[in-house]
Design a binder for this molecule. Structure first.
Ligand SMILES: [Mg+2]
Length: 181
């Protein structure tokens, strides 16, 4: 199968580190668990939207990111199982190089630029499976849908929408096996 994998909060821990980074910078104590809608600015009511989202374009921030537990081993195993792997990300163009070098190629050295698809619209990408934490990327897409849980999608009824909700990479691997059979 051709398996499409989101980067942020699927391969790596962008959102929790984003909260920590802003807490340190501005002396706050916001909690990642309160990131209950897609808008990170709502977690930081005392900051401007610009202050919150500027982090996304800071190269040094990406040095802090790390793979989610089991991500490296499982992606490698999926490749060994014979699947085609593509990281599909809507990363802003200004920061693509930093995210690739400081996170993706650093921790997933078996991936190359040939495994990367940068897009502003994941629905236009053809694949058999998409693993993503953004409900909007899965809804309407023509692929099997695996929803990685985050506080911002916790209350979404994934099953009714034809998605498999997972909480970690072990569950992702198990979900993919159900598509094989
Ligand atoms: Mg994501």
């Amino acid at each position: 199968m051709r398996i499409l994998i989101d980067a942020d909060d699927v391969l790596e821990d962008l959102s929790p580190k984003w909260v920590t980074f802003l807490n340190e910078r501005y002396g706050l104590n916001a909690r990642y668990e309160d990131h209950t809608d897609w808008n990170m600015a709502h977690v930081f009511p005392s900051l401007t939207r610009e202050q919150v989202y500027a982090v996304e374009l800071e190269e040094d921030f990406y040095s802090r990111l790390e793979p989610l537990d089991g991500a490296v081993e499982t992606v490698r195993k999926l490749m060994e199982d014979g699947h085609e792997i593509y990281v599909v990300t809507t990363t802003p163009y200004q920061i693509i190089k930093a995210k690739m070098e400081k996170v993706i190629f650093r921790y997933f050295p078996f991936l190359t630029w040939k495994n990367i698809i940068i897009t502003s619209n994941k629905h236009l990408i053809r694949g058999d499976v998409l693993i993503d934490d953004g409900v909007h990327n899965l809804l309407g897409g023509d692929y099997h849908k695996i929803l990685m849980t985050g506080p911002y999608n916790r209350d979404f009824d994934a099953e009714t929408a034809g998605m498999i909700r997972v909480h970690n990479w072990k569950e992702i691997y198990e979900a993919i096996q159900t598509f094989n059979s």
